[in-house]
Ligand binder design. Structure first.
Ligand code: NMX
Ligand code: MLT
Length: 513
């Protein structure tokens, strides 16, 4: 059965490859195709040393090549435009938006396995893609779902740590506290204390990362039910995939909400390495802090209103528009409201970006979801109106580099439509999603898929149980996880140079002389 599903997924992929793409000529399609068609075992043998040697070669041959000039503006302007980080899992283009391992969001929607035909991608599939650079089969994704659900048991002390906070504490504070409490189980920390050699760092890092990804939805759902549903906790359902199970634990079992959650987690997972949360996670991990410590730090950055908290701010702001002007607000009234916000010294939440210079494709795919599932929702219609009204006003302001909407401009009204009305909770959903991207950068088990396929086929013919296949997956993840990115390549402590204003003034005087 798994074999046939694998074949059908591969032929689905091949037929996609045959279709004309707006991105013809791009190497990423070639990579996907090449890996599918080559002899798997020999490809594996080739790829292992290649991947391990790649960084060494890059350093040896290109180490002294310049990447650009650093200007005083860049130092004073939050390092905008300064290339200074290595981040393998995704890359952001200012005009096209994010690509996960080279694939745009529409491409991921087409080729990643889904729960229902033509439905949204399963986040486990994206996790596989981020980790390996390969499109997984449905069978592999199902096995990964099982793997994650077997790891999703949260120790009691975590709930107690959260319960020690007032119920009124911000959900992000409660969530980050829960993640910090999870750290007690860190395999990396234990192994380091026992003196594990550097060459083996990847093993406990992998262990921690998968457990963390598996457990954050449980912690997040606990926070939601504690704060908003009188502490009535809904246990996980091991028959469900990652997104559907998260939705279930929150208390939402409608198929459309499950689909929304799958899409939500997928698109919020990763946004290259320089955004505040990813960069923070990477920086903290560079000190050899374990994945729990690193991810908790990332969450604290995500909780800022210019970053992840913007999704909360957007829905609250939209509701303030409705409270003041009603749902049937005219375009002129809406313009006035936007100007009023700006004149009071606030930003218009959900618009603008540090890198993007066009509408965020994550906004666009949420818009498409809304057009398909909730076209008549009054708040969606207001969001659509804002798309017409806000960009010209921000442009008129003169200083905003990107007047277009970002991911946060849309997510709240979708959640609100399906009953998740509590805006203060929204950033927690963003946080759960980002565990996938941040941990994937720490892990790179590029070759697992190919290593497994011959064994899978053999086992299907031998009719061995699903249980056994899951455990073999586990074994092979371990075996090939020597490619854990940050650890296996020994990326160093991150420590850029800082200077004072006096230093800059003196430097500029000398440069002008
Ligand atoms: N409303 C009002 N003013 C804005 C906006 C906006 N949406 N976006 C940028 N500006 C202002 C910005 O505050 C700055 O003003 P000043 O010089 O007086 O300090 C000026 O325009 C230039 O900023 P940019 O270079 O265009 O943007 P920057 O890269 O500094 O900041 C954001 C990017 C995302 C922080 C900024 O656009 C913003 O505050 N947007 C609203 C908050 C938001 O939606 N954040 C979510 C981003 C996505 N995410 O999930 O993280
Ligand atoms: C993100 O998803 O992290 C945000 O869009 C912010 C960014 O990329 O800087």
């Amino acid at each position: 059965m798994v074999f046939f599903r694998s074949v059908s997924a591969l032929s689905k992929l091949r037929s996609r490859l045959a279709q004309p793409s707006s991105l013809n000529g791009s190497v990423r399609w070639l990579q996907v195709q090449t890996c599918s068609d080559l002899d798997l075992h020999s490809q594996l043998k080739e790829l292992i040393p290649e991947q391990q040697e790649r960084l060494k070669k890059l350093k040896a041959e290109c180490g002294k090549i310049q990447l650009g000039n650093i200007t005083v503006d860049m130092v004073l302007g939050g390092m905008r435009g300064m290339t200074g980080l290595l981040w393998e899992t995704s890359l952001l283009d200012p005009d096209e938006g994010i690509r996960f391992r080279g694939m745009s969001i529409p491409e991921c929607q087409k080729v990643l396995p889904n729960a229902t035909p033509g439905g949204e991608p399963l986040p486990e599939g994206l996790l596989w893609l981020l980790l390996t650079g390969k499109v997984p089969t449905k069978g592999q994704v199902d096995a990964l779902s099982k793997e994650l659900s077997t790891r999703a048991t949260v120790p009691d002390h975590v709930y107690k740590a959260i319960d020690a906070l007032p119920q009124s504490a911000h959900p992000m504070t409660q969530f980050a506290t829960g993640v910090m409490a999870l750290q007690v189980q860190s395999e990396f920390q234990k192994a380091y204390e026992k003196g594990i050699p550097k060459s083996k760092y990847w093993e406990p890092t992998y262990e921690d990362s998968l457990s963390l990804i598996a457990q954050v939805p449980v912690v997040a759902a606990y926070v939601y039910r504690r704060v908003y549903k009188n502490g009535q906790i809904i246990p996980k359902d091991d028959s469900l995939d990652y997104g559907a199970n998260f939705s279930h634990m929150l208390g939402f079992d409608s198929p459309k909400m499950q689909e929304l959650m799958r899409l939500y987690v997928t698109i919020h997972s990763d946004h290259e390495g320089g955004n505040v949360s990813a960069h923070t996670g990477h920086l903290v991990a560079s000190a050899l802090a374990d994945p729990y410590l690193s991810f908790a730090a990332a969450l604290n950055g995500l909780a800022g209103p210019l970053h992840g908290l913007a999704n909360q701010e957007v829905l609250l702001w939209i509701k303030s528009v409705v409270d003041e002007c009603g749902e049937n607000i005219s375009t002129e009234q809406l313009k006035d409201y936007v100007w009023k916000t700006l004149k009071s010294g606030k930003v218009v939440p959900g618009f603008g970006h540090g890198v993007l210079r066009k509408t965020d494709p994550r906004y666009m795919c949420q818009r498409e979801f809304a057009l398909k599932h909730l076209p008549d929702d009054p708040l969606f219609q207001l969001v659509s109106k804002l798309y017409e009204v806000v960009p010209p006003i921000l442009t008129e302001l003169g200083k905003v580099k990107n007047p277009w909407p970002n991911v946060d401009a849309h997510s709240g009204v979708l959640l609100n439509h399906f009953g998740l009305h509590e805006a203060r909770y929204f950033t927690v959903l963003f946080g759960v999603s980002r565990s996938i991207g941040i941990c994937s950068q720490v892990l790179t088990m590029s070759l697992t898929f190919f290593s497994l396929l011959p064994f899978r086929i053999l086992f299907v013919f031998l009719n061995l149980s699903f249980f056994l296949r899951v455990h073999l997956n586990h074994y092979y993840y371990y075996f090939f996880s020597q490619l854990i990115w940050d650890r296996a390549l020994g990326l160093p402590l991150e420590r850029p140079k800082s200077v004072t204003m006096e230093w800059l003034e003196n430097h500029c005087k000398k440069a002008a002389a």
